[in-house]
Write a protein that binds this ligand. Structure first.
Ligand code: SAJ
Length: 423
């Protein structure tokens, strides 16, 4: 860190982005107050552990807490830089819910001093950064903010989205390029100097609304492309063609890169963020909206087909292989695998067993329906029907012999060379 740089930061929200960012900044010389409204999270971090499973995070958190550089708190404290990394979910009607961002802004308002910077990292609808600047200006009339005072404002406000991939968060936080948009150009410059203290990727100047839309566009782009693959998988199933072979061969074209079909799209980002764009311009976003619907419909398709297999094999059990939203993570949020499993369990109860190597306990919703969590080997011994929902590495370690005599529904195509799979 440069000697002239400010040295204390306060990060609001110790989740998938906040905690790794706090630990990484602490390791680059910052004194970081890590704030979370959940006292259990604060307690876990204070004991030197990460409450989320992410490679290398536990060790780094432990080291930074022990060295006194990462200080977990339930309330914000005065700092040079405030970074908001709280969740921005969607409502039942697919509208953005920015109430956690507003609450975080409210909580830092009393601590702001001239020279401070507020950075929003949460994925947010276009206009949120300027709105937060106004929100703070109304709470702190003794200070000036860039939406009203421009370059000379006492407080600088900027937007800088994260774009890290769960499973590779620490490395990507350090190496990914960042789009950084201030409410004024002075805010942008100050935010760039800040990120350069711990990011090795390029820090690129833009405006706050552009940076907000860049983040949403990245995830909507991926969602639309996965929807294409999922739609293709339905077409191939009807025509009796192996979709994975079609994609592999089409991708030999130098300008074609089709993504992979699956049981739908999960996680807290790609299944959510496109709705922020649709919400901001509903009459002119039919493609983005339809992609969401296509991906959600794929989950229903998988459920209906698995249900039919159970109905036509009355005496048999079915193993749901994987609950996580994607391969090799323990995150079950917005997981299509979990959704399919819950619906099957509601209808078939104890005929369903689950294998999820990344968790030690089933979610309550499944436990109460009589579903058991078993090992991969046990599931193969117990069940005639195997429903592959997540492409965890462990599920790749199986031989053609072990699949013999099984009814296999492989939604990820990882066993396509072992059997004639059904997508
Ligand atoms: N999926 C498919 N087919 C594919 C690729 C993914 O069905 O070909 C599914 C996955 O199984 C999963 C979902 O899509 O259910 C999302 O997985 P992902 O690995 O594509 O993305 P996330 O949600 O883990 O992280 C994304 C990333 N965004 C992009 O790649 C554009 C990440 O860089 C962002 O930082 C993150 O969202 C975020 O926080 O917004």
């Amino acid at each position: 860190m440069l000697a002239s740089e400010p040295s204390t930061a306060c990060i609001l929200g110790l989740g998938y982005i906040g905690l790794p960012t706090a630990a990484l900044m602490a390791s680059r010389g910052w004194k970081v107050f890590g704030v979370d409204v959940n006292a259990d999270v604060v307690k876990t971090v204070a004991s030197g552990r990460a409450h989320i499973a992410e490679p290398d995070l536990d060790g780094l958190v432990q080291k930074m807490v022990l060295e006194g550089r990462l200080i977990p708190k339930t309330e914000p404290l005065p700092a040079d830089v405030f970074i908001i990394t709280v969740p921005t979910p969607i409502t039942e009607g697919n509208a953005p819910d920015v109430s956690f961002v507003d609450a975080a802004a409210r909580s830092i308002a009393p601590h702001l001093r001239t020279g401070n910077m507020v950075i929003l990292e949460s994925t947010s609808p276009v206009g949120t950064t300027a709105r937060i600047s106004e929100y703070l200006a109304n709470m702190r009339t003794d200070l000036s903010f860039p939406t009203r005072a421009g370059l000379a404002a006492d407080i600088k406000v900027a937007y800088c989205p994260e774009r890290v991939l769960p499973g590779r968060i620490l490395g990507e936080l350090h190496h990914n390029d960042r789009s950084i948009g201030g409410v004024s150009s002075a805010c942008t410059e100050k935010a760039i100097a800040f990120y350069k203290t711990f990011v090795r990727g390029e820090c690129i100047r833009t405006t706050a609304p552009t940076a907000e839309l860049v983040k949403l566009s990245e995830n909507a782009f991926r969602d639309v492309n996965i929807a294409f693959a999922n739609e293709l998988s339905l077409i191939c199933a009807r025509l009796g063609i192996d979709v994975w072979e079609v994609i592999a061969l089409a991708n030999r074209h130098p300008r074609v890169k089709i993504l992979q079909p699956g049981p739908g799209v999960g996680g807290h980002c790609i299944a959510v963020d496109p709705w922020f764009i649709v919400h901001s311009a509903p009459d002119i976003a039919p493609l983005i909206r339809t992609a969401r619907q296509v991906n959600d419909a794929k989950t229903e398709y998988v459920y209906q087909n698995a249900r039919a297999l159970l109905q036509s094999n009355q005496e048999q059990s079915l193993a749901c292989l994987g609950l996580a939203f994607k391969a090799n993570v323990n995150d079950l949020r917005e997981s299509p695998a979990l959704e399919v499993t819950e619906k099957l369990a509601e209808n078939f109860g104890a005929r369903i067993v689950v294998v999820e190597p990344n968790i030690s306990e089933l979610p309550k919703s499944l436990k109460t329906l009589g579903v058991r969590l078993v090992s991969f080997r046990e599931a193969i011994n117990l069940c005639k029907i195997l429903l592959l929902l997540v492409d965890h590495d462990q599920f790749r370690r199986i031989s053609a012999n072990e699949l013999e005599g099984k009814i296999v529904f492989d939604t990820r195509g990882i066993w396509r060379n072992l059997i004639v799979s059904k997508q």
